[in-house]
Design a protein around this ligand. Sequence first.
Ligand code: SAM
Length: 358
Amino acid sequence: MTPPDGHRPAAPAPRGQGERVPDEKPEDAASRLLEMHDRLIHSRALQTAAELGIGDLLADGPRTAADLAAATSTRPDALYRLLRLLGACGVLTETEPGGPFALTPSGGPLRSDHPFSVRSTLAFGGVIATAFNAWTHSLRTGEASFPEVFGAPFFDYLEDRPEHGALFNAAMEEMSRPVVSAVVGCYDFAAARRIVDVGGGNGTLMSAVLRTAPEAHGIILDAPHVVGAARGKIRDSGLEERCTVVGGDFFQKVPEGGDLYLLKWILHDWPDDRATAILRGCRQAMAEDGRVVLVETVVPPGDTPHPSKTMDLSILALLGGLERTEEQFASLLADAGLRLRRVVSTPSPFSLIEAESV
Ligand SMILES: C[S@@+](CC[C@H](N)C(=O)[O-])C[C@H]1O[C@@H](n2cnc3c(N)ncnc32)[C@H](O)[C@@H]1O
């Protein structure tokens, strides 16, 4: 219960997310587990709010549950309960009991026009959550559970369902936005002349890289149904003269002659045999003295909390992929005829893993 002064007692930090409690009382340990479990409801509430566009509906000021329900074809009493939970999480605030709800600064990124919007990522989270309905399949087989639920492999499904494909690409851009400047600030791209972004998505990374490497020409390779967005981004960035966008399949062919092959968040999508095939293609295509630079999270040893450990389960469920330790990256690269040169950490959860031909 909230004390009269409005201060809640500090919730015990959940294991794996914060401080450990060496002499925790057994009842506190039980509460902590239940709290961790309740986050499922919090994430479903956030996903639903993102799907309904609650952030955008509140952009111009507070609105009542009844008003928001009319705008979202939901029942006012049920929607009120969702909004109340988001109020309790600090995402919204109930401006007076039973009165209009407003976005708090913490809820701001629910808006599509927020500079660090996560609306598409949260809305796409509903798709991920559905894949988790069959997660025990992944646990038993080590394979993706997504096809069990959706009837097709992840990327095939996204191609067949353009509305989910667009949502996924928007989510990738949202997740890249805060990471790209950290990545670009930690590696010297200026010496490169021909940079290939393998699976470059909508071109967010390449646009930032080309700005720091004025002598370089860029090539973005991605699936044919994705490259339209990359072309638009490159055009909007005024980089059309310096960047080619190619639709293709990185398992079949990677553009040749690059001195730098960037792969951001590509290898984590794939189990080792498929990831090695992509790397071999890069090694065969690259110029003498070329480099491969992976942008991935590196799983730290032991119990150290790290976002890679959450993503690892998601990517298993979606694609049968995995987040890797430094040793696993070194071994994967070696299998493709590449040698790990160095791992550069960044202020983000991502590291740059630089490799060269053996
Ligand atoms: C996890 S996303 C990463 C996108 C981008 N590098 C980023 O970090 O935002 C994986 C990308 O690989 C692309 N992709 C998947 N399979 C592919 C294939 N066989 N050939 C080319 N691109 C592919 C997807 O379309 C998607 O853009």
